[in-house]
Design a protein around this ligand. Sequence first.
Ligand SMILES: [Zn+2]
Length: 143
Amino acid sequence: MNEGYAHNVMYDFCCVSCGYSVRGVAIDQLCPECGTPVQASLGAGKSASGPAIAGMVLGIISVVGCIFYGVPSLICGPLAIYFSSVGKKQVREGSAARSSGGMATAGFVTGIVGTCIGVLVLAFFLLAILGVIAGSRGGGLGP
Ligand SMILES: [Zn+2]
C-alpha cells in the first residue's frame, strides 16, 4: 500500500534553484521545472550531519594522535571511518545537508591515514621497546 512512501517528497518543499514545489516527486528524480536534483533541494534545508562532523573530528585526532605511541590513532581512526560512512549515507539519502559530504569524506580519508600511521608508529615503538629489552639482556656482550 505504502510502496515508495519513503522515496517521495511528502511535504511542501521548494526547489533550491527555481522555487517550484517538488512535493510528490521521487527524491532520486530531477526538478520538473529546471532539472535540479530533488535531493539537492532536500539537502539544502537540512542541518549538518552529526556523524559526518564526528567522523572528521575523530579523523583529525587519529592523525594527530599518532604522537601518543599511535594508540589514539588506532582507536579514533576506525571510528572516524565508521562515522564518516554513516554521515555519507545521511547525505546520500538527503537527511543531512549536502555540505556535510565534504566533512564525511575528510573524516573517511583522515581516518584511513590515521589508522595506517597509528599501526606504523605503534609497530615502531614496540620494536624499539623490544630492542631495548633485547639490548639490556645481552648487556655483557655489548660495548
Ligand atoms: Zn527547479
